[in-house]
Design a protein around this ligand. Structure first.
Ligand code: SF4
Length: 439
């Protein structure tokens, strides 16, 4: 079969038309679609995210803060001060977050916003999506994790902002890519599918993907669960030692799901030497994660955060580790709520995809065509991936992050806080909204 690559002119024309249509919907020029979104990512939340990604501002007339899931972040609100007590400035409210709290001579890293991009591997997403996220991470002095798909050479141009992920399949793990990274992340599990490992369908594992992963083209790739070399905290400690020998200054991040004993896992990770404990709750995952697993196995992140935060406090080590939350964190309001519950910061994945046009249609694994995402996001199809050009992707994410940082500062100002770090663990600033409240 001969594959004909579309001309640049055709790509630009069609990309432009598609993006215009998407923006028209975000700006309300078309009626609200009937079949967009779900209870967590409602039609309004998707459209408002597109609006922010297009304009860099929050919308006046759409809910850009919460979904309608009837639980978790969607039932939490802030206890704002009376309007007269709000801080009258917001631009200089500090949103930075230090990632190394161990004072151990390793990289001293501070990010400008309390979130970074979670791992979405090359293969699960296109190179254009990966580079759009990576370049945005550089622009915002934050990070993006490679996910478990290896380290495409293009990433070296922004290597100071890339986290190299080492996961259970060891796909694409090389000394060189561990040495290049300021932070190395050991992924033990994903909140959307704990205990299930990963699966990249053969159709998405084409020539380039296979080359980087050290596999054979168009063969399904499975990441097992768990690491077959780790069954105890001592084994885990050896894993971290192994990374430390290859890259003595890298910060060590550990990504875990949220089983009922996640507090024990977190404290064990701390004693093994981790700088960052990244907990991934049960509501995360793209449309590739099996529906039966999502939401039904791991604990919701809203419950896991305070459990771990308090346990680390009791152990007397909370101030020496950075606690990062993901798995259902969608908006600036969710980020602030996660921090008030006890996290230091968050990881975003789906939000980035929605900012770049994701409609939450759940066809990431192939869809009716078998070619992956029709918007060119979670695909490696030679034609589909051209729908999303890097300069456009960076612009969308830059705008979205601008609006999100504005909203985060708006929340802090209304709480009377001068820094996002002052918000950590302030559950007293949250309140639960019951159904009887009519919201
Ligand atoms: S297939 Fe594309 S648009 Fe649909 S959920 Fe996946 S990333 Fe989003």
């Amino acid at each position: 079969m001969t594959i004909v690559k579309p001309s640049d002119a055709l790509i630009h024309k069609t990309t432009h038309l598609m993006q215009e249509g998407m923006n028209a919907r975000a700006f309300g020029e078309y009626e609200m679609p009937e079949a967009l979104g779900d209870a967590r990512w409602t039609d309004e939340l998707i459209l408002s995210t597109w609006y922010m990604a297009e304009t860099g501002e929050v919308p006046d007339d759409m809910n850009f803060k919460t979904g309608k899931s009837d639980g978790g972040f969607d039932r939490l609100r802030f206890r704002f001060l009376a309007e007269g007590e709000w801080l009258d400035h917001s631009e200089d409210i500090d949103t930075s977050l230090p990632l190394n709290r161990r004072d151990d001579g390793k990289n001293e890293i501070e990010i400008d916003i309390p979130w970074y991009g979670g791992g979405m591997s090359y293969g699960s997403v296109s190179i254009n999506v990966m580079m759009s996220r990576a370049k945005t991470a550089k622009l915002w002095n934050t990070f993006m994790s490679t996910g478990e798909g290896g380290y495409p050479t293009e990433l070296y141009e922004v290597k100071e902002n890339i986290i190299t992920q080492v996961a259970t399949g060891y796909f694409g793990v090389e000394e060189e890519t561990i040495q290049a990274a300021p932070i190395v992340e050991l992924k033990y599990a994903q909140g959307a599918k704990p205990g299930l490992g990963g699966h990249l369908l053969a159709a998405k594992a084409g020539e380039e993907v296979a080359k980087i992963r050290g596999s054979v083209p168009f063969v399904s790739l499975f990441s097992p669960f768990p690491f077959h070399s780790t069954y105890s905290v001592e084994d885990h400690s050896k894993h971290l030692d192994w990374i430390e020998i290859i890259n003595p200054t890298a910060l060590l991040a550990v990504k875990v799901s949220t089983p009922h004993d996640v507090d024990m896992v977190a404290v064990g990770s701390y004693y093994a030497g981790a700088h960052i404990i990244h907990m991934d709750g049960g509501y995360g995952g793209t449309g590739a994660a099996p529906e039966i697993a999502k939401k039904n196995i791991a604990m919701p992140i809203e419950l896991a955060i305070p459990k771990v935060h308090k346990f680390l406090q009791k152990e007397g080590v909370r101030d020496e580790v950075t606690l990062i939350a993901s798995g259902g964190v969608r908006t600036a309001d969710d980020i602030a709520k996660a921090i008030a519950l006890g996290a230091d910061g968050c990881v975003l994945g789906t939000t980035d995809l929605v900012g770049m046009g994701c409609t939450r249609c759940a066809n990431c694994e192939g869809g009716p065509s078998g070619r992956g995402c029709p918007w060119g996001l979670t695909t490696t199809d030679i034609e589909l991936q051209e729908w999303l050009q890097q300069d456009w992707g960076v612009k969308r994410l830059d705008n979205l992050y601008t609006a999100m940082q504005w909203r985060l500062r708006d929340i802090l100002r209304k709480l009377g806080l001068n820094s996002v770090q002052e918000l950590t663990g302030r559950t007293d600033l949250l309140r639960y909204i019951g159904k009887e409240d009519g919201e």
